[in-house]
Design a protein around this ligand. Structure first.
Ligand code: MG
Length: 166
């Protein structure tokens, strides 16, 4: 399937005890979770910026301002659904997303399949259109010390056929 546009999205959240860790809309057992206005799901936030960026739309902060109480504790799945509607309205469909999660802990291998299936479901694409990779930062920097978690996402979009007006 041809790709007409490419976008990149990145996100990083500080981790603190007593917060739930949610990655790609999947709850993961850990002693810390992201500090954030919404649920702090770095995977979905980076997916939103990647698909919005590819479609030439505003970034996640502009679409869903953290000064707006409507987004306090927001389920990022809902934010992704709204962003996806904007992408389709702009005349694009998602072809694939390639996700890298940057985390020292917990080990993400056991969760990759569930995250892949959930991101695919939210985007309305086949599992094969989604890749989930996980990397540690080798004990270096804030991510390496387990104080933060991050994600980098590249998305490919195709232009939807435009029906000619008669
Ligand atoms: Mg974020």
């Amino acid at each position: 399937m041809a790709i007409d546009r490419v976008g990149i999205g990145t996100d990083l959240h500080r981790l603190a005890p007593g917060r739930k860790l949610v990655l790609g809309h999947v709850a993961i057992d850990h002693d810390k979770g992201p500090v954030g206005h919404s649920d702090g799901d770095v995977v979905l936030h980076a997916v939103i910026d990647a698909i919005a960026g590819a479609a030439g739309l505003p970034d996640i902060g502009e679409m869903f301002p953290d000064t707006d109480p409507a987004y306090r504790g927001a389920d990022s799945g809902t934010l992704l659904a709204a962003a996806l509607r904007r992408v389709v309205e702009a005349g694009y469909a998602v072809v694939n997303v390639d996700v890298t999660i940057h985390a020292e802990r917990p080990r993400l291998s056991p969760h990759k399949a569930a995250i892949r299936a959930e991101v695919a479901r939210l985007l309305g694409v086949a599992n094969e259109a989604v890749s989930i990779k996980a990397k540690t930062n080798e004990g270096q920097d804030a991510i390496g010390r387990g104080e933060a978690i991050g994600a980098t996402v590249v998305a490919g979009l195709r232009k939807l056929e435009v029906r000619s007006e008669k």
